[in-house]
Design a binder for this molecule. Structure first.
Ligand code: AMP
Ligand code: MG
Length: 427
């Protein structure tokens, strides 16, 4: 198990006052120790869960030799003489209705895709290459148009019995459920679901349903966090709004630590506020306060809490709503995947031309809200949202992607390629 101190040791570039996104993520992932408990669940219940152990295939896939095309199955010896091959159709092999006899010399079997290849056959000639002689049971085709062994799927060619079908650490998506079913596997070992507690801090915050006094605003972070966490497939524990009072925050953190594997707070980590938070959090464990070289989302706290023998990871997010979302996706998410025991997730990031010029200072990573859409010629381009302030949720809600401009990047000209991560993929 790696502690935060171990994760920080030997990092020559570590500077808490200028943290790159990449380094912060590395430290977070190294510190997050996967939950160890594993439970057996039925296939449907495994959707979105993380596989705890490899699933070894109990079957060969395919389990029997079968046709890859609709056509006629025969033995390739018939091709030896060359010229026109002439065969008698001696029977049929359809899916679920195999031909059970022997296929002799000069014979073939009408066969459909997926049907069992009859004994004595090793090749399928597709029906498009075959002529039937009138109303007879005789087919002919050119020998040189057919390769021996073609259009046959062999036993175990997709997956051999005894080999891993799915690896530990895999997050199970619909295709994996189908694969398990295709192997006749009814239950799989998955890591227990992680539990993530979260709360908002701020004397100005009110919850939906309460009335607003002057200077108050509605707490939105608990709702974006609820949405983002639920989509990751974790169990959520909403601890509400907590006043800007060290004792109240400490009590809530202790509760969270007892009941959850990770705690996410928002607000109260910016300069000034961080001082009392820091003092209080050091009583609960080992917490580092970072000034992130990223926008939105500058202040960020990360650490290991311990209370009454319970441990939890702490992610202290800034208060601004768009900063919460950017920090969650670019820093917290990979830490939670590591905690779930998931293998590192690949998030596709693709270069797309920017429709407009973008002003950018080198020295920090910017995650801009953007709209990916085809231009008038059907070519994909991205347009960054008009308002990128960390406090603005509207453009976060209108956007369909992040445009990532890395630390070294300066101003972007219209038409230049920028890296884009789409919020939604197909699955
Ligand atoms: P803080 O990081 O606590 O200084 O908060 C930065 C800004 O984000 C302030 O304008 C807060 O009012 C706002 N803010 C903090 N928490 C929330 C929240 N849960 N929902 C909406 N706005 C918030
Ligand atoms: Mg605050």
């Amino acid at each position: 198990m790696t502690t935060l101190d171990e994760a920080l040791a030997g990092l020559p570039d570590y500077d808490p006052n200028h943290m790159t996104v990449e380094l912060a993520r590395t430290i977070i992932v190294r510190t997050a120790c996967p939950v160890s408990a594993i439970e057996q669940v039925a296939i449907r219940g495994a959707l979105g869960r993380v596989l705890g152990r490899d699933v070894i295939s109990p079957l060969d896939v395919p389990a029997f030799e079968n046709a890859a095309m609709d056509g006629y199955a025969f033995h390739s010896r018939a091709l030896a003489a060359g010229g026109n091959v002439r065969l008698h159709v001696a029977g049929r092999s359809f899916a679920g209705h195999p031909f059970e006899g022997d296929v002799g010399a000069g014979e073939c079997i009408r066969i459909m895709t997926g049907a069992l290849l009859p004994a004595g056959c090793d090749t399928v000639v597709p029906q498009e290459q075959v002529q039937r002689e009138g109303d007879t049971e005789i087919v002919t085709f050119a020998a040189n148009a057919v390769t021996p062994g073609r259009h046959v799927r062999h036993v175990g060619e997709d997956l051999a019995a005894g080999h891993p079908a799915l690896h530990a650490g895999k997050r199970l998506r619909p295709a994996a459920l189908g694969l398990l079913a295709s192997l006749g596997v009814a239950e799989v070992p998955v890591r227990r679901r992680i539990r993530v507690a979260f709360f908002s801090t701020g004397d100005e915050l009110r919850s939906v349903g309460e009335s607003l006094a002057p200077g108050n605003l509605y707490d939105s972070n608990r709702y974006t966090l609820f949405g983002m966490l639920t989509r990751l497939g974790v169990e959520v524990l909403d601890l509400g709004v907590v006043r800007d009072d060290p004792q109240a925050i400490e009590n809530t953190l202790r509760t969270a630590c007892r009941d959850a594997d990770a705690v996410i707070t928002s607000g109260g980590v910016s300069v000034g506020e961080a001082d009392f938070t820091r003092e209080m959090m050091t009583r609960l464990g080992n917490v580092v306060f970072w000034k992130m070289a990223m926008r939105p989302g500058r202040p960020f706290a990360f650490g290991e809490l311990e209370s009454d023998g319970h441990r939890a990871l702490l992610f202290g997010l800034p208060g601004n709503p768009a900063a919460v979302m950017a920090s969650f996706y670019h820093l917290v998410r990979d830490g939670l995947f590591a905690l779930m025991g998931a293998e590192p997730q690949i998030t596709p990031s693709l270069p797309v031309p920017s429709a407009t010029a973008i002003a950018k200072r080198p020295g920090r990573t910017e995650f801009l809200r953007g709209m990916l859409a085809p231009d008038d010629h059907g070519r994909w381009q991205v347009t960054v949202a008009d308002a990128q302030s960390a406090g603005i949720l509207r453009t976060m809600s209108e956007a369909n992607c992040f445009v990532t401009l890395g630390t070294a990047r300066g101003d972007v000209a219209a038409g230049e390629l920028v890296d884009v991560v789409a919020f939604d993929g197909l699955v």
